[in-house]
Design a protein around this ligand. Structure first.
Ligand code: NI
Ligand code: MN
Length: 226
């Protein structure tokens, strides 16, 4: 699978000939100034929760690309009210088979409200399963024992985990998470964007190295293959 990092927790993942965009927050991200959101093409937008640092560019990109937005019920209603009709509502514990694979929605221990203050439902993570590229996108979350359920459903090729601390897990908890989910190939997210979540890259890499877990701290705009 090919992955492009657009900063913070926003990734474009290409799998099974489809382009999946996760948590688009780009034009308000100081570190992603080089990225033009109008250059991004996608077939789906997967929205983990309603916080502005995840959803800020979602309406604009959804309207231009007509990508189908996969999100919880409350965010689906918010999208519909904000001029995005092509949505697929889900909720934690549910799964659905799309043309790129099956998406299972999992617990994220966090909160979720929308930029206008309306209720954002419960935050979620996504497990995407299609045999070839099984991966877990954790969204914003604390370390949680629920993660131990994921290996019952599939063998993960990779997982996108927050490491920035303060609002989510830190690197130490992300290493424990990688053990819970039985996945040795981690893509880090939710770091450096704001003062609260700045990390020391060398320290993080060393920590993961010591634990025998591969970690990728991508540069904004970087495309890589997993
Ligand atoms: Ni959040
Ligand atoms: Mn966040």
């Amino acid at each position: 699978m090919q992955v492009t990092y657009y900063g913070h927790s926003c990734f474009l993942v290409e799998t099974n000939c489809k382009k999946l965009l996760f948590d688009p927050f780009i034009s308000f991200n100081e570190l992603a100034k080089e990225i033009d959101i109008n250059s991004i093409e996608c077939d789906y937008i997967l929205q983990s929760h309603g916080h502005a640092d995840h959803i800020a560019d979602a309406v604009a990109i959804a309207q231009r690309t007509n990508a189908k937005v996969i999100c919880n019920w409350e965010i689906h209603e918010w999208f519909n009210k904000n001029g995005v009709a092509n949505t697929h509502p889900m909720n934690t514990g549910g799964k659905w088979q799309f043309d790129f694979g099956t998406v299972k929605c999992v617990v994220a221990q966090h909160s979720s409200s929308l930029p206008d203050g309306s209720y954002g439902g419960n935050p979620m993570g996504f497990v995407v399963m299609n045999g070839e590229d099984n991966f877990y996108y954790a969204g914003d979350t604390a370390l949680t024992l629920d993660m131990q359920l994921i290996p019952n459903w599939c063998n993960l090729k990779t997982a996108f985990l927050p490491i920035g601390d303060n609002f989510t897990m830190d690197a130490t908890d992300a290493i424990t998470a990688s053990q819970f989910i039985a996945c040795n190939n981690i893509v880090a997210m939710h770091f450096d964007t704001f003062g609260f979540i700045k990390v020391n890259h060398e320290q993080v890499v060393e920590q993961f190295d010591k634990a025998g877990v591969q970690v990728k701290l991508a540069s904004v705009g970087e495309t890589f293959t997993i």
